[in-house]
Write a protein that binds this ligand. Structure first.
Ligand SMILES: *Cc1c(COP(=O)(O)O)cnc(C)c1O
Length: 397
């Protein structure tokens, strides 16, 4: 033992260490409160220690922790049924993470064509700036050099086209195409919205060419954009959809959703996972839906979206040396920065607001969907103090 830091060096952590959370707040060892506008990267959609989630997990802990995939559980069936009732889907495969949900989506699409007598249809077309996870297949799908470099040959079967470029997309589709895969709002890539029109064009292209449409709603799903799933804004339904993050509210679960027709090739033995569908996770997924599907919940998200957007527009106006635009959908909002986004994050953290970076030098906000107007006002006050201070340092440069 020659090193006293035993965590892989893949992350650089700030000095703050948090011990406890409650709602939108997290508390450090000194008891200082931070307002969490990250939701642990769009995961804790109901905030920290939500009473219904805490009680559900405690109750579930007294029952069965694990039954394997050789057995099912009432909670698993119930969560699958509810997800299908609320979406285009008929079938669900549960996973432990987002990347595994994407892996399942890719396998489902390829198997569908294979069983339909088109085994050559293996290619998945994705978009520049995409992020689909960190496994070997999902870094190939994301196509970003910074994630691929150093890890050997890029997994074949992924073709990337420029963002928002319909002609390039059309030109890329051929007889080896299996599916198109897209995030309705690019999250890690810089909070870039895909227009409803573009999604509808993609749906039409898939229908014309007999190929499948896959949505990655791992970040945008479960109310994040003000609808249960972001694709509902466009009404362009997918054939397959990967979800994770928000559906677990902090418990690591994910899911791949598909229609009966598309999932028909996923027969016994074709796919599996030890922990996917685990009773604890399934209980929590149901508890998250209990809250998110309540009357008025989406209306609240949409109201808070207006408040947050107005505040960010105000920041853009007041700090033209720091920000250059605002973008996003629902409570997933971004601001492109003119100074390094790390400087802005550091200034905010100093004044106890936690936000996130995204690609394209974007400052990202993904607060709990339960955040209130008063809490957003507090975020605004802390931000102004932090940004005044940052502006000051820019002036003296
Ligand atoms: C986070 C994320 C993933 C990967 O999910 P993991 O749970 O980290 O594997 C994939 N796609 C999108 C859009 C994401 O935001």
């Amino acid at each position: 033992m020659t090193d006293d830091n035993h965590i892989y060096g893949t992350f650089v952590f700030p000095e703050q260490v948090f011990e406890r959370g409650e709602g939108v707040r997290m508390f450090d060892a000194n008891g200082d409160d931070y307002i969490d506008c990250t939701s642990g990267v769009a995961v804790t959609a109901l905030g920290h220690a939500h009473p219904h989630l805490v009680q559900t997990l405690k109750d579930a802990a007294d029952k069965l922790w694990h039954v394997s995939n050789l057995l099912t559980s009432p909670e698993r069936d119930r969560l699958a049924t509810r997800l299908c009732e609320e979406t285009f889907a008929d079938k669900v495969f549960f996973t432990n993470s987002g990347a595994e949900a994407i892996e399942c989506a890719i396998k489902t699409a390829r198997k569908y064509h294979y069983d339909n007598g088109a085994p050559e249809r293996v290619n998945i077309i994705t978009f520049e700036g995409a992020f689909h996870g960190r496994t070997l297949a999902t870094i190939a799908a994301g196509g970003q050099e910074k994630y691929l470099e150093g890890f050997g040959p890029k997994a074949p079967g992924f073709i990337q086209v420029p963002f928002d470029d319909l002609d390039a997309l059309k030109a890329a589709i051929d007889e080896e195409t299996a599916a198109l895969m897209i995030e309705p709002v690019q999250g890690e890539g810089g909070i870039r919205n895909v227009s409803n029109q573009f999604l509808r064009e993609m749906r039409a292209l898939c229908d014309e060419n007999g190929i499948l449409l896959i949505y990655d709603e791992i970040q945008t799903g479960v109310g994040r954009t003000g609808k249960l799933f972001a694709y509902e804004w466009s009404e362009a339904v997918p054939d397959i959809m990967a979800i994770a993050k928000g559906i677990g509210g902090g418990f690591p679960i994910g899911a791949c959703l598909a229609t009966t027709e598309v999932a028909k090739g996923m027969t016994p033995g074709t796919h599996g996972t030890t922990y996917g569908g685990n009773p604890l996770g399934m209980a929590i997924g149901n508890a998250v839906l209990d809250i998110v599907l309540e009357d008025g919940f989406m209306a609240h998200v949409n109201e808070m979206t207006l408040v947050l957007r107005q505040q960010l527009a105000e920041m853009l106006d007041h700090y033209p040396d720091i920000f250059e635009d605002t973008r996003g959908s629902g409570l997933l909002q971004g601001m492109k920065c003119k100074v390094p986004v790390g400087d802005v994050l550091g200034a905010l953290r100093k004044h106890r607001v936690l936000a996130l970076p995204a690609g394209d030098n974007v400052l990202r906000f993904a607060p709990p969907l339960t955040i209130t107007q008063d809490e957003l006002r507090e975020v605004r006050e802390r931000m102004i103090t932090a940004l005044d201070e940052l502006q000051e340092t820019l002036n003296t440069k």
